[in-house]
Design a protein around this ligand. Sequence first.
Ligand SMILES: [Zn+2]
Length: 126
Amino acid sequence: MPVDIIDDAFMVCTDCLMIIANDDASGLDYSLSEEDAAKREKVIREAMAGIQREEGQIVVGESDRDDEFSARPCACCGTRLAGQRHHCVILSSGREAWPPGRSGGLLAGHLLGSFVLGIQAGLGVE
Ligand SMILES: [Zn+2]
């Protein structure tokens, strides 16, 4: 199944990179209080979830395309705190798009269709 790169310059801050790369937000505690770190982690995870739902999988890119210093907002959490930006890319998930909200019925119909086909195939083999 082909995997397409949807965005090949998805520049994220160090906090986001930590979570994207290692699914680990423990480093946030170094610069923030426990409470602020928890809030920050929630913002980042929600941003990531939205991007993954609407666009695709965020994966770590090439470290030689990192920006040592950038004032551009983080592409993930949107922080405007200037600093390092790390190169990531967004991959299409390789699945059919499934926009939430409008295709629930379509999906159910699709599943039902597959089910019926499955039964027919089963009958054909018998
Ligand atoms: Zn970020």
